[in-house]
Write a protein that binds this ligand. Structure first.
Ligand code: ATP
Ligand code: MG
Length: 445
């Protein structure tokens, strides 16, 4: 993409309304625009990041054997009356009435609707387990929307639902989702720690929140420092190996990791040696729940077991805050100059900076580089604007692309360009060919 043609309204000043760094940087980098309180339009740069995150989430759900479907944003109130949650959910639910005076709502979550879909489609235990997910916008009329996309009213969530015949079988589904969450966040360059959690309005008795450490986070975090050193990406996960999944879950949950609701100061002291105690704050990027027959019972979602007797199915639900993750990644990865995107979620891999747009040699060289990078499938944002070099550097640092390829008239005379790594600030003088080779070759420098 040529920056001269790109809708990228970057700001030099810090917007007064933004209290935390991710919100400030998202506004300054022209990623989003607030259209109502807690509701955002995703501008081209921000939308590319959102889609990258969504795609990683999708790939890891698919890998775990979860099937993607798509449910609507608007739901009939009847289903929620059936489950008993219509009144319980309170003011966070946006209630709508259509022209025929039928009661609808903008979905804050989808347990009821997926249970309805499940019960209409399955009859026998032979059809279990079922694991289904969708990635869809949710609406919760949060009392205090704040921190930009981190606590919005409209937000993008991945939500999965599992249906099993027994608690033991449901635990396997839970462990699959647990493992896939570890992989999902690790692939985004995040360290997300699973913490024992309260189940809240979803209800149930087994739940973990996945928390990314950040001082600005809304959740209190208490854990053994050893929990911060676990790495899930070395070694694959075999989703058919149920004992292995259970062992993985044990390994990642044996570090007294609790959120503030469950924190018990006395047990923390007893369970964790003083020098290993970690107390901090974090951002909830996902939560997994097992809640048994909480919905299947009132909604009569039963299947016939081997003897033909009806059994209420055991359910779980599993959410990831896809749009919240954009902010969480920035909280975890930035410096005073701007965002530092981990490569897997970067909107473009390379920022090509033409230091003297209008100069025939610079233009020719940059056009050539730009075409070759594009041809090699390297996502490139080409700053071809006639701006001062200083402004181009500042914008490129602000939007945080992993690699900057800097082309100026002086270097070019000697056939040289500069390659800057955004995260480390390292700069290399290279021949033009060597620079292109590095960027198109291994992708990672
Ligand atoms: P919170 O405690 O932050 O209000 P929650 O526990 O109510 O979140 P869940 O029902 O567990 O949220 O939803 C699954 C995920 O959706 C959360 O882990 C979070 O990442 C994301 N999420 C929830 N509420 C919001 C929101 N208002 N804005 C953006 N993302 C959200
Ligand atoms: Mg939650």
């Amino acid at each position: 993409m040529r920056l001269s043609r790109f809708l990228l309204p970057t700001l030099k000043e810090t917007p007064a309304e933004a209290q935390i760094v991710s919100h400030r940087l998202m506004l300054r980098a022209g990623m989003v625009r607030q259209t109502s309180a807690g509701i955002y339009a995703w501008l081209p740069l921000g939308y590319r990041v959102l889609r990258k995150i969504e795609q990683i989430v999708r790939e890891e759900q698919d890998r775990a054997g979860c099937q993607e479907l798509l449910m609507p944003t608007i739901q009939p109130a009847d289903l929620w009356i059936e489950s008993g949650r219509y009144d319980d959910y309170g003011k966070e639910m946006l209630r709508i009435e259509d022209r025929h005076e039928r009661k609808l709502l903008f979905g804050p979550t989808n347990e009821e609707m997926i249970t309805d879909i499940f019960r209409s489609a399955t009859k026998s235990y032979r059809e279990l387990p079922q694991l289904l997910y969708h990635i869809q916008w949710k609406f919760r009329d949060e009392i205090r929307p704040r921190f930009g996309v981190m606590r919005g009213r409209e937000f993008l969530m991945k939500d999965s639902y599992s249906f099993d015949l027994s608690y033991e079988a449901a635990r396997v589904s839970y462990a699959k989702m647990f493992a896939s969450y570890l992989r999902t966040f690790a692939r985004m360059g995040l360290q997300a720690i699973p913490m024992e959690a309260d189940t809240g309005p979803i209800g149930g008795d087994l739940s973990h929140e996945f928390i990314v450490l950040a001082d600005t986070g809304e959740s209190g975090v208490f854990c053994d420092r050893q929990a911060l050193e676990l790495d899930v990406l070395d070694g694959g996960i075999d989703y058919d190996d149920h004992a292995g999944l259970e062992a993985l879950m044990t390994r990642f949950t044996s570090h007294y990791a609790r959120t503030d609701e469950k924190h018990d100061a006395e047990r923390f002291a007893a369970d964790v040696p003083a020098d290993r105690r970690y107390e901090g704050r974090g951002i909830e990027v996902g939560q997994v729940f097992y809640f048994g027959t909480k919905y299947s019972e009132p909604m009569k979602a039963a299947v016939a077991d081997a003897d033909g007797h009806p059994v209420d199915v055991h359910m779980g639900s599993y959410g990831i805050g896809v749009s919240r993750l954009v902010g969480a990644i920035i909280e975890a990865s930035h410096d005073e100059d701007g965002i530092i995107w981990p490569e897997p979620v970067a909107p473009y891999q390379v920022g090509l900076i033409n230091l003297k747009s209008g100069d025939a040699d610079c233009d020719r060289a940059c056009d050539d580089i730009y075409q070759r990078l594009n041809a090699a499938g390297v996502e490139t944002l080409y700053d071809d604007r006639s701006e001062r070099a200083g402004a181009k550097f500042a914008d490129m640092d602000l939007i945080g692309l992993p690699h900057q390829l800097i082309v100026g008239p002086r270097g070019l005379k000697a056939g040289m360009v500069e390659l800057k790594h955004r995260a480390t600030g390292e700069r290399d003088e290279l021949s033009l060919e060597a620079a292109i080779g590095r960027l198109t070759g291994a992708h990672v420098l």
